[in-house]
Design a protein around this ligand. Structure first.
Ligand SMILES: [Zn+2]
Length: 87
């Protein structure tokens, strides 16, 4: 069976209401994402010119500031930091 792509999984997470926003402002967002086996915490924020993407899942441990898993992708579909406030 073909593994679902991260994009397909991100769609499913949103459609199934498995992304919960914990806090958000113009600089960043923190979400709880209910994954297949656990609930992960995703944080996406702008640090100067860098867009930091953190996730507490296994993939996020390997890529601590630039996670590209389905959890992060799902959050990025509903949120992007305001580039005008970059310091
Ligand atoms: Zn993740």
């Amino acid at each position: 069976m073909a593994r679902l792509s991260a994009d397909t999984k991100a769609d499913a997470l949103l459609l199934q209401h498995r992304v919960r926003v914990l806090s958000a402002n113009s600089r960043g967002i923190v979400c709880a994402v209910i994954g297949d086996t656990d609930t992960y915490r995703v944080r996406v924020y702008r640090d100067g010119g860098l867009l930091v993407r953190e996730c507490t899942c296994e993939h996020g441990q390997v890529h601590p500031v630039a996670a590209n898993c389905s959890h992060v992708k799902a959050v990025q579909r509903i949120y992007s930091p305001d580039e005008r406030t970059a310091s």
